[in-house]
Design a protein around this ligand. Structure first.
Ligand code: ADP
Ligand code: MG
Length: 247
């Protein structure tokens, strides 16, 4: 990897028998999964099937009702989000409107009390990689949707996470921009080599980005496989409906 911090640090993930209930409603049921370091894994499934909840459990933004999350071989189930080596990109950017692009991107490092020179260097490198160099002094309100999402991705990159989590990052963008950003994310994955876990309900995104697709249905894993394998050999009509081939 070159340009963004000059390091290549990544980790695999193991989910073991994860459950999550809200009250009596079980949103995730017995999720076990192995993700290799550097793999691009895409979760697909209908609205409400538990995709965001699963990402939030991995991130530590939500506590599991049962089960364990291992990142890089370490049990992080009890750890705070900031101590898991992850960074998350949301559908709704979640940028601070009163801060500049540069300040938004460096905020996490500043909060972690990293030296100013280091923050500036990392923000500059991430801005280069994302074609945001000319926008560092603007505020989010002066940017297009695509540029805002780039800032959100840049903010994740500067933290040099082992694992990136993306929750439908492109679904607020128009179709053309979505294609551009998809290509950009694929390029970033090649460049950084990090593990990326990506939620989408866009079949094209899933098929083109994923090394491995995980189909979720009502809080359970329905099928796991490469895009090709799921397309050629879906286990059932539900998977076929999501991935595209006639069952
Ligand atoms: P997806 O991202 O696949 O659309 P979510 O993980 O957001 O699904 O939600 C899964 C289910 O859990 C939905 O029925 C949703 O209403 C419910 N849910 C999510 N978060 C909460 C919460 N904090 N409290 C109660 N129910 C929730
Ligand atoms: Mg969701």
């Amino acid at each position: 990897m070159t340009g963004v911090g000059g390091r290549s640090k990544t980790a695999g993930l193991k989910l073991r028998r994860l459950h999550k209930s809200f009250g009596t409603f079980e949103v995730l049921h017995d999720i076990s999964l192995d993700i290799e370091a550097g793999e691009f894994v895409v979760f697909v499934g209908p609205s409400g099937c538990g995709k965001s909840t699963l990402l939030r459990l991995i991130a530590g933004l939500e506590a599991a009702s049962a089960g364990d999350v291992f990142i890089g071989g370490t049990d992080v189930t009890e750890r705070d989000p900031s101590e898991r080596g992850i960074a998350m990109v949301f559908q709704t950017y979640a940028l601070y409107p009163h801060m500049t692009v540069g300040e938004n991107m460096g905020f996490g490092l500043k909060a972690a009390k990293r030296p100013k020179a280091e923050i500036e260097r990392k923000v500059r490198e991430a801005a280069d990689a994302l074609k945001l160099t000319d926008y560092l002094d603007r505020r989010p309100g002066q940017l297009s949707g695509g540029q805002r999402q780039r800032v959100a991705i840049g903010r994740a990159i500067v933290r040099e996470p082992d694992v990136f989590l993306f929750d439908e990052p492109l679904s607020n963008l128009d179709a053309e921009l979505r294609v551009d950003m998809r290509i950009e994310i694929a390029r970033l994955h090649r460049q950084l080599g990090n593990t990326m876990i990506y939620v989408t309900h866009d079949q094209t995104e899933a098929m083109t980005l994923a090394d491995k697709i995980i189909v979720l249905r009502s809080g359970r894993i329905e099928q796991v496989g490469s895009p090709r394998a799921l397309y050629d050999d879906p286990d059932n009509v539900f998977v076929a409906g999501f991935i595209g081939s006639p069952a």
